[in-house]
Structure formats: C-alpha cells, structure tokens
Design a protein around this ligand. Sequence first.
Ligand SMILES: *Cc1c(COP(=O)(O)O)cnc(C)c1O
Length: 457
Amino acid sequence: MPKRSWAEPFKIKMVEPLRMTTRAEREKALIEAGFNTFLLRSDDVYIDLLTDSGTSAMSDSQWAGMMLGDEAYAGSRNFFNLEAAVQKYYGYKHLVPTHQGRGAEHLLSTILIKPGDVVPGNMYFTTTRAHQERAGGTFVDIIIDEAHDPSSLHPFKGNVDLGKLEAIIAKAGAKKIPYVSIAATVNMAGGQPISMANLRAVRELTKRHGIRLFLDATRAMENAWFIKQRETGYADKTLAEILLETCSYSDGCTMSGKKDLLVNIGGFLALNDWDIFEEARNLVVLFEGLHTYGGLAGRDLEAMARGIVEAVQEDHMRARIGQVEYVGDHLKALGIPIVLPIGGHAVFLDAKQFFPQLDQLQFPAQTLAAELYLDSGIRSMERGIVSAGRDKNGEHHRPKLELVRLTFPRRVYTQAHCDVTIESVQAVWENRKTVRGLEMIYEPKHLRFFQARFKRL
Ligand SMILES: *Cc1c(COP(=O)(O)O)cnc(C)c1O
C-alpha cells in the first residue's frame, strides 16, 4: 500500500495574516536586529520557527473553555477541572498550578535542594539547571554519550547511563542527592526520547538507594509517541497508557504547559508526597499566587485542562511529530546536513557543514540563521558558540556543534509553509560557498545569545 500522509486532524476556522516582506526589507530589519534573530520584530517574520514554547494554536474547545473561566480568587472550578485531568492522565495525586514550567522548578528546587547537594539529570535544561544551582545544588549530567554525538542513530538518545548514575551515587552519597531529574523528551539533546525500559531501570536503581525521581514532563507526551513507535511491547498501547506508565516511575513532575499542552501560558507541579505538596502549597502563595490559581487566570487553567485531553490523542501527535519529520526527511533527501534521528519538536541544521570556510569565531550557526531569514523571512535559532557563552575564565565555551534549530509550533503552520521552509534551506545550501561570517560587536554578560549584536565580515 502506498504511504499515507500525516495530514492534520483539524481544519482552520480562523486565520492570522502574515506580512510578506521583500529581500530589501529583510536586509534592513536584519541589520537593525544586529544579525540576531531574537532581536527581530515578529511583524518582520514570515514563518516563525524560533521556538515551540507558548506558540501553539488553541482549539475551538480550548477557546470556548476560556469563556468558562471562573475568576474567583479561591477554589475556581477550573482548578478542579485541571486537577482531575492531571490525576487522570499523569496519575499524580496532588497539583500546584504555576505560571509556567520554571515556576514549578522554582518550588521543587527550593523545597528539596540544600546547599552542597547534587542533582543528576539526563542533560540539563537551561531554567531547570539554573533553579537547581540557585538552590545550592550542583547539576551532574548522566545522559548516555550518544546524546552528544550528532551522527549517532541511537533510537533513545535521552537514556540515562546507569553506570554514570551509580558512580555519582557512590561518590556523593545518596543523602546528598535530593532527587534525580529526568527529562522526557530531552530538549537540549534535540527532542530525543528516553525509553521506558531505561526509565524503569533508573527508578529501580534510585529506589534501592532511597532517592526520589522527578520528571520534567514538559514533553512527556511526545516521548510517549516515540516509545510507541520504537520500543518493543508498546505498539498497541495508547499514548495515554504510555504516559501513565512513564509517570508511575516518578514521585512527581514539573511541567510547562506551553509545550505539550497546547496553551500560550501555564504550567504545574504535580506529585504524590503529601508533605512536599503541603510545602509547595505554602510557598506558591509567595511566588505565584494562591494554590488554586498559581499565577494563572481561571480561563488559563481551563485551556490547559482541555489541552491535556487533546494533546494525548494519537491523531494529534502523529501530525505534530509527522510535520517535523516531513521537513527533516525532505532536507535529508536533498543531502542537507541535519542532526539524526529527527527529534520531536525541531529539525537541527548542521551549520559547520554549511560553512566549512568559517572559523567557529565567525559564528557559522548565527550566520546560517541570518542567511535563512534573509532568504525567506523564516526565523530560526542559533545553538552554537553564541548560545554556549563563556566559562569562568572568560574564555568562549567551544561546543562541538554549531546548530540552527527550526522549531515547529503545534497546529500553526501548513504543509505549504513546510515546503517554503525546505526550499529556503535548500537555497541557502546552494549558495553556501559565497557566504561570509559575522563579527560580534556587542556582547551582554548573561545569556548572550538573546541580545548579542553582530555585523557582516
Ligand atoms: C520550556 C521547558 C522548560 C521551562 O518551561 P517554561 O514554561 O519556559 O518556564 C523546562 N523543561 C523543558 C524540557 C522545556 O522544554
């Protein structure tokens, strides 16, 4: 039977016009933005692939739910709807809503981490690690080596290296490890999944040592999709069943609703332990808001509750990840260098192979993101030496990889937008030999990739 398309399980009811720009207009906008895609105005962007965070399109049911927001200060009905959805689909007993993922990370880190503690994790995420460090902890990477190798085709590059975990437990002592922090999927590894077998093994190992396990479940539904596709014994299970099993190997999770859950803002901390819940419920009042709204409007809680039910549907996830794979597969077929396997939320272009003529300090990935914008108005993100920043001695971190991330918002762009993206990447690829690099002319102290400015060499 011929292969069938991943076509979207929805039709479009409302449209948001995009401004089409000329190359001359983009050249001007790019110079004004210092060749940094973060500094572009979104009005000057045609297809925005900067991030999939908070950029999803909500459904008619979610928008209808917004009208049913109960904006009572305490005990909003939308809180109870969200609580019921979290209990049903994630399986945790207690819920503390937060304004987004980092709000939940703040609560968990503050409650569980003491100065001098060690927090092992399968590669870091920026805000997660920052909160662990702020609470006095030290993050230790326990992901398998394949995660750092763009040419490895390992199907579960998010897996934990159990040997590394055992070594850190032996070295630091279980008492110094408040919890192990497991992301599913691993954003910084390119949206790569962790397998159920590996997660189960991590749970068994940590349990023997009396160490808790907390999930970063921000992308756990995308992870469930990969388990269903790739892991023996899961092909006939529903995503909801796989999600429940995933969560059952943990004591709780932090969650950014801005990813899997199809909302523009929102997050939560969910867990089973009553004492930790009690403390989180007390603290959230200080930082976010009362424990039944956590910094969100009642309508936001409702949209997230409905988003949970929609996001765990098979049809939705097939189209979501299918779209990312569509772009990745086409680029691969054109011989354009990308990171493999293709992850859940993004395609990563290998800028070093685009521009072998550029030194790393001529910023190949930054250059590629700029060239792509110039060609078609597509906005992407640098993940290379600019994002990596400098070390304690003021030297540039020199990451092995110079990548440009094309990140796909959920339910937002059409297949024709995908085709334009493929064509534009191809055009830049064909002109790659004529491209000159960039010089950094302004460098901020912290997280420089957001605000650094460049000029053409
Ligand atoms: C986005 C993200 C976070 C942080 O969530 P925010 O809602 O942006 O605060 C944490 N972990 C992962 C894996 C993420 O992708």
